[in-house]
Design a protein around this ligand. Structure first.
Ligand code: ADP
Ligand code: MG
Length: 699
């Protein structure tokens, strides 16, 4: 049970002033909250990315051109433009040093007359511009009287925003949320916190939202470091608890002499890459040992991870047990089954697919086959973790293409078999430090090399204005027997709009290419998706229009062109993933990034990087760098998915400390029962790592 002390943090954000259902929906997108309502705590962890410094009060005459200043002025005169003219509304004011014009476009006169009445003194803050020796301030950010000025923050936090949400609404809500923040007992080692000059948790959050100095919100500022450390400690502690728990359930040595593997290899039309050979050797070593395996196979898109997973599964099947392979989407799960099926047949392994869409009779039959041990390999989505699915003897879980294999999933897996070994496969080039963050202590195998004979993908950027040229190019490509993916843009905050965009593009392309064009998107039924993918794979259709459902894993090895529409809206990692859908065969491939100008600096940089390199690691690094530089709009992207405050470059070192700290904590107080232990439980709740608490005897 969550301690009631924390209730205010878990209360709905709609309890705050100015947050109605509509704003809450915007907040959800902004804060990355998907499967639940936005909480007050979510807002508190939405930290400003910069500040506007309004402390400069030089007087009108000394205000530098273009600088943000705060001025105490006497209001002299309102001067409205004739209704017919488009000239702005002006308010003339002065101080002892000079005169200034406050300029308003589309002004609401009555409001201005109330806000800055003639004859009164007002504090105005904004950017001063000089024209022919006259000072101007267009739309001051603040216009307040003496009383309000006393409470107005002169160092104003600027938050990452989303379209449709006003900064004032957000600031106000966060201000109100701060007043609800409870006092919590200290969970850090006091000596450690003192040494680092870290404030307590509550003060740290207050400082982060109400900085006195620009430096207060720098990633290296004590308050921010403290919060980043808290976040790391919560995650490291949870992982350490799971690990400690897993250790108490012993692993099983699974023996095989490679008979099934040999059959699979004999059926392959190609040689394993050296990376695959090494990864398989690593895995066989792990599986043969009595300890539980927890291994990550990391390889760029197209490196051939699925096959590695299959051979690992064959190992435990030969040892008389079962394996499960899990993909993030049903589409991918189906595809996995299809790609391993021929080899399973060759080796006499029985593999089945279970998705939410299975008919009751089929589902029953599969569940029986699992329980009896007749089915060797089950392929599905993460729904396989759910209750109601029981194995005869599950020995290995292969988890593909995802980062969310967290505490929760691990616990669910525990109950599915005896000492289940785990293999996670990812195309995300995660640096070593981050591997620890995501997965705890995992062994890592790399697939550094692509299969032989692959040709580099040529990437070009093309303005959307030249769409008709692109279509002409596709016509030539189709005549030449090629296959094309056409990826439609993510429309912000709306899956429905995505789909409309994809449907429209499908329609326009179908006008040109007839029924050579098919469509696949997330709202289609599994059967429809399947049919579309199948037709494309077999070559009945030659252009597949898709939303980003094809982002990960989809494998049609003779597709040679991918067109990404509105490429400027995608992140680098996503573009790289998408591009990885081509270049899987022997033929040279092309990636066309269609963009709509004018491009912002970041978008320009992203597209340039895509043109320059095919190297996933390099792209990941550039991605971090670009995100680090931050965009004024959009979510604060720390580059550490799953973390709201911690940032890679600034805080990586803290994570190592948090890891050591977590181990020490559990060594001293494994059940988190002492005073610090109890405080740490609060920490786990605050950062959403409380699943781990269930592992405690006293939990
Ligand atoms: P990813 O690592 O992106 O998951 P896949 O496992 O989907 O990659 O493999 C991509 C393609 O490469 C598949 O068509 C697969 O059959 C093929 N492949 C895998 N290993 C090799 C290899 N050693 N040589 C040639 N092709 C391979
Ligand atoms: Mg894959």
């Amino acid at each position: 049970m969550r301690p009631p002390l924390l209730d205010p943090l878990f209360a709905a954000a709609t309890d705050l002033p100015g947050i109605g259902p509509k704003v809450e929906k915007l907040l959800k997108g902004l804060l990355g909250v998907s499967e639940r309502d936005t909480r007050i705590g979510d807002l508190l962890f939405h930290l400003p990315h910069s500040i506007i410094d309004r402390r400069r009060q030089p007087g009108i005459a000394n205000a530098p051109e273009g600088a943000i200043v705060t001025l105490k002025v006497h209001v002299d005169r309102h001067q409205s433009a004739p209704a017919s003219s488009r000239a702005p509304y002006k308010v003339l004011a002065h101080d002892e040093t000079g005169e200034i014009q406050l300029v308003f476009f589309h002004a609401r006169r009555d409001w201005l007359e109330r806000t800055i009445p003639v004859g009164e003194t007002r504090y105005v803050s904004g950017k001063v511009e000089w024209f022919n020796g006259r000072a101007q301030m267009v739309h001051p950010d603040h216009m307040v009287d003496e009383d309000d000025f006393a409470t107005m923050p002169l160092v104003e936090p600027v938050y990452p925003m989303t379209a449709g949400l006003s900064p004032k609404t957000l600031q106000k809500a966060i201000g109100a949320a701060l007043t609800l923040l409870p006092d919590v007992p200290e969970w850090l080692d006091e000596a450690h916190a003192a040494r680092e000059h870290w404030p307590d948790f509550k003060s740290a959050l207050e400082t982060a939202h109400r900085p006195d100095e620009p430096g207060d919100i720098a990633p290296t500022a004590p308050a921010i470091c403290r919060l980043a450390y808290d976040e790391f400690l919560a995650s490291q502690l949870a992982l350490a608890m799971v690990r400690a728990h897993m250790r108490t359930t012993a692993g099983v040595a699974r023996t095989s002499n490679g008979r099934l593997k040999q059959k699979i290899l004999a059926a392959l039309p190609f040689q394993l890459t050296p990376g695959q050979v090494q990864a398989i050797a690593d895995i066989e070593g792990d599986l043969s040992k009595p300890e539980r395996m927890l291994r990550l196979v990391q390889g760029d898109v197209g490196a051939g991870k699925t096959l590695v997973g299959l051979i690992a599964m064959a190992h435990v099947v030969e040892a008389g047990s079962q394996a499960a392979m899990m993909a993030p989407t049903e589409l991918l799960a189906r595809q996995h089954l299809r790609s391993i099926e021929p080899f399973c047949e060759a080796a006499g392994i029985k593999a089945r697919l279970l998705t939410g869409k299975a008919k009751p009779a089929e589902r029953r039959e599969i569940l029986e086959g699992l329980l009896s041990g007749e089915i060797d390999i089950l392929v599905g989505t993460h729904a396989l973790f759910q209750a109601g699915i029981e194995f005869h003897d599950l020995a290995l879980a292969v988890v593909d293409e995802q980062h969310r294999f967290g505490v929760h999933q691990r616990l669910a897996l525990q109950s599915k078999g005896r000492g289940v070994d785990v293999l996670v496969m990812t195309a995300t080039p995660i640096p070593r430090t981050l591997v620890l963050t995501y997965f705890g202590d995992m062994e890592v195998s790399q697939l550094p090399d692509k299969p032989a004979g692959r040709q580099p993908i040529e990437t070009r950027t093309v303005s959307l204005d030249r769409l008709s040229d692109v279509v002409d190019g596709l016509r030539r490509a189709l005549n030449d027997g090629q296959k094309v993916y056409w990826v439609c843009p993510l429309v912000e905050e709306s899956e429905v709009l995505d789909i409309t965009a994809a449907e429209e593009r499908h329609a326009t392309l179908a006008q040109v290419f007839g029924n050579a064009v098919s469509l696949v998107h997330g709202r289609m039924s599994a059967a429809e998706k399947d049919a579309a993918m199948d037709a494309f794979k077999r070559g009945e259709t030659r252009i597949l229009v898709a939303t980003t459902v094809i982002e990960v894993g989809v494998d049609v090895s003779d597709a040679t062109i991918i067109v990404i529409e509105h490429a400027e809206r995608f992140g680098l990692a996503q573009l790289h993933q998408l591009r990885g859908r081509v270049g899987r065969g022997e033929r040279a491939s092309t990636c066309l990034l269609l963009y709509k100008g004018p491009l912002g600096e970041t978008a320009k940089a992203r597209l340039a990087i895509m043109r320059e390199t095919n190297d996933g690691f390099l792209i990941a690094e550039e991605d971090l760098r670009l995100r680090g530089e931050g965009e004024i709009l959009g979510t604060r992207q720390s580059g550490m998915p799953g973390f709201r405050i911690a940032q890679i470059e600034a805080h990586a070192a803290l994570m190592e400390t948090a890891r050591a700290d977590a181990r020490l904590i559990l060594a001293n107080d494994p059940e988190l029962e002492g005073p610090r232990g109890k405080a740490l439980r609060l920490l786990l709740y605050i950062f959403g790592r409380d699943e781990a608490i269930r592992l405690l005897r006293a939990g």
